[in-house]
Design a protein around this ligand. Sequence first.
Ligand code: BGP
Length: 472
Amino acid sequence: MRKDFLWGGAVAAHQVEGGYNEKGKGLNVSDMMTVGGVGKKRQITDTILPNEFYPNHEAIDFYHHYKEDIALFKEMGFKCFRTSISWARIFPQGDELEPNEDGLKFYDEMFDELLKNGIQPVITLSHFEMPYGLVKKYGGWRNRKLIDCFVRFAKVCFERYQHQVKYWMTFNEINNQANYKADVAVFTNSGILFEEGEDREAIVYQAALYELIASAKAVKIAHEINPDLMIGCMMAMTPIYPYSCNPDDMLKAVGANHKRFWYLDVHARGIIPGYMKSFFKRKGYDLDLTQEDLEALKHGCVDYIGFSYYMSFATKGDGNINLDYDEENDLCDNPYIQKTQWGWPIDAKGLRYTLNWLYDRYQLPMFIVENGFGAIDQKEVDGSVHDQYRIDYLKEHIQEMKKAVDIDGVDLLGYTVWGCIDCVSFSTGEMKKRYGFIYVDKNNDGSGSLKRSKKDSFEWYKKVIETNGEVL
Ligand code: BGP
């Protein structure tokens, strides 16, 4: 492993910060989502009900606790810390011309605190959020207007933080929208609420294209502001394997992966891949995409590929390469791998496969910006948490990551463990699905002292970083 390998942890603004209405912050999409839970999906609401617990409004109150948390990250030896900037802290409604100075100041101070402790901030601009004002006024990324709003936001951030932050990402898991049946996933990426009978697919593809254009424009501007800045994309990498070596399964998997990962071809190569052009044509989609947009894509290729890795999937085929692939119906169980209690397949070897696949395809540096194990942790009476299952999961993944670097020669910048401090789970909106090395006393109903304490995995990860991955 390289000497300057960026070991660290990752979170997102809305899942940790709280302080949802402090110092001029506007509402963002995640502020409008209710808690979910067993048999209950998260909902998007228009009114903030006084007796409904909105997890993102308080989260773990990182907004007021960041100094204490950063001290713990330093103790673990973090080289970097990935978080996001809450867009609505900077542009409360999203379409103002001038930013909110108090919002900018919060990140200034937090980034300084990280740097003072020898930790590099790694920043996502839009991690499943945007000002709710942009949803109400423009319908979210349905509207081309959002490109200008995002680019303005990105420019303000690059200008302000260029000397504190080198590594950036534009949109978190932009490809999560590929499954347009999942309301919350689409909403958080795009701010789009569907109406009855709408052609969801056409709407989501148009929104994704606007996002990709906005991302490319931001990359170009960042390089103009400061050529040292490294701007990446962020993909949810869940490779889809053919169920067997039957050519029918192989072809089905090709289509499934095209549908999930075409975004990457745009980000990294600056083109709309042939298979997508032909798909749009076949569907008869009348997409709003100008010559100028295509130029913007060409001149806004990312510097590195950031991705999350939690799981792989499998699919059984019918001999077609089909971009109408439907995740809900076309995925099947892989008999060779186990699942977490939330049904997420555990496949450490898939991480090595993913690193090889991406590097071979794009020849760009990569950054694993999320990987981790969500579990219901048991806090003992003495306050300890024995999370050996988390250590086992991370260990297996790091072993495979090391093979990809040391044996296969992929170029990897760093590795940040998701939810390094317990935070609100995105899919469930709950606190009880925990990922952290640091336990936070906060419960699903919003109660709890917010006290931080170390789990067993804390000392383990500290050793991993200290030995640059030698002792696992
Ligand atoms: C990724 C998101 C994160 C995060 C993580 C874990 O998709 O980028 O925001 O939450 O998944 O998911 P969950 O919290 O649903 O377990």
